[in-house]
Design a protein around this ligand. Structure first.
Ligand SMILES: NC(=O)c1ccc[n+]([C@@H]2O[C@H](COP(=O)([O-])OP(=O)(O)OC[C@H]3O[C@@H](n4cnc5c(N)ncnc54)[C@H](OP(=O)(O)O)[C@@H]3O)[C@@H](O)[C@H]2O)c1
Length: 355
């Protein structure tokens, strides 16, 4: 008898907020390995804002494709332990990352590129950081923050930087990297606790709760002389406020637009885009996965900042594979701080482990 595994599958595309009934957990037989494959018992799986973009009939053009209904969700960063290997370079007991997430057992083809290269099966060094850190600051969130700020923003000495969703997985790293670069940093987030965390733990110079009033006023109070760089995780009203606050030759780094991911029809763009012309602004979008060449450098530098305590990170941990959809819904509501992770429980003695 084959080993049994569990997968979370979408069964309908959510309208607005994500509901448990949009998913089901399915028990499946784990198929025997072919040459070049490994079997991984997943221990941690990632929960990312952008998964919402793939839980619709059609993902945005050029983005990773929509998750097909009633199939396993391929393309979610995950960490686990190899339990069996038929691939060169991997042996039982290795800790790895790959992109076959939201399931407890994954058969992974070692050489197959996933998630633009970020999610290709990779052996992890877990001697100096716990495995799940490779889903946060040492993984895709870290790469996105590092690439976006240091390679896309065109940072200049003395720049004032505003980061939205600043207490989230990507944002909390961006604010700290900008501080390490010597910049004045403003962070915004959706609760007073997060605002305290930004100032007290992450060292931002000013922070505000975006629910506390009109964004242009809140931003003016935090940055009376304006900003030079806006790192956009939110889009919509946040992007519009940034365009108003940017100084001449300012830059907007578009990392994501989480405020718009659940919308049935995309909201109209910022009403003040003409300011990009009058102020000579640069607006540049990017994807972390286009910067895989930075992974070794990012891991080395972020790893030492973490060990030295110059970079801090929080995790919002949700227990149990079946809770992954609820974790995503909570993240989109803003109930998370730092990196959102699902710890996948070990359910022993299901099926027979002998293939
Ligand atoms: N370009 C890339 O390669 C790349 C890679 C990874 C992530 N991203 C983007 O980075 C951003 C952050 O992603 P993440 O996975 O790290 O998630 P996250 O920041 O950990 O969680 C998302 C946060 O967004 C905030 N938010 C949700 N709806 C909002 C709204 N209407 N207005 C303002 N804030 C809202 C919530 O925080 P508050 O409590 O502060 O409202 C929530 O905690 C997303 O836009 C994502 O798409 C881009």
């Amino acid at each position: 008898m084959a080993r049994l595994g569990r997968e979370v599958r979408p069964v309908s595309y959510p309208r607005g907020e994500i509901r448990a009934s949009d998913f089901r957990v399915v028990e499946v037989e784990v198929r025997p390995l072919r040459r070049g494959e490994v079997l991984v018992r997943n221990t941690w799986t990632s929960v990312d804002a952008a998964l919402r973009l793939r839980l619709r009939e059609r993902a945005p053009a050029g983005y990773f494709p929509a998750f097909p209904l009633d199939e396993p969700m391929d393309g979610i960063m995950t960490v686990g332990e190899v339990v069996e290997s038929r691939a060169d370079g991997f042996t039982s007991g290795d800790t790895v990352w790959h992109a076959s997430g939201w399931r407890d057992y994954a058969v992974v083809e070692a050489e197959r590129p996933a998630l633009g290269g970020v999610g290709t099966l990779t052996k992890l060094d877990v001697r100096s950081a716990p495995p799940q850190a490779h889903l946060g600051p040492l993984g895709a969130s870290g790469l996105t923050a590092y690439a976006g700020l240091f390679h896309v923003a065109g940072l200049r000495e003395g720049d004032v930087v505003w980061v939205s969703a600043a207490a989230g997985a990507v944002g909390s790293l961006v604010v700290q990297l900008a501080k390490l670069g010597g910049h004045r940093v403003i962070g915004s987030a959706g609760s007073d606790d997060k605002v305290r965390h930004l100032v007290a733990d992450l060292g931002v110079d000013a922070a505000f709760n975006h629910h506390d009033g009109p964004l242009p006023d809140l931003l003016r109070e935090a940055a009376p002389d304006g900003i030079d760089v806006y790192f956009d995780n939110v889009g919509g009203d946040h992007l519009e406020a940034a365009l108003g606050a940017l100084r001449r030759a300012g830059r907007v780094v578009i990392c994501g637009m989480v405020s718009e991911y659940g919308a049935q029809t995309p909201p109209p763009g910022p009403g003040n885009l003409m300011l990009a012309v009058t102020k000579g602004l640069t607006i540049r979008g990017f994807r972390g996965s286009d910067h895989t060449f930075l992974l070794p450098e990012m891991r080395r530098r972020m790893g030492s900042w973490l060990r030295e305590g110059r970079l801090r990170h929080r995790e919002t941990v949700v227990e149990g594979l079946a809770q992954a959809p609820a974790a995503l819904a909570a993240l989109l509501r803003g109930d998370n701080t730092g990196k959102t992770l699902v710890r996948i429980e070990d359910v022993p003695h299901r099926g027979n482990a002998d293939h």
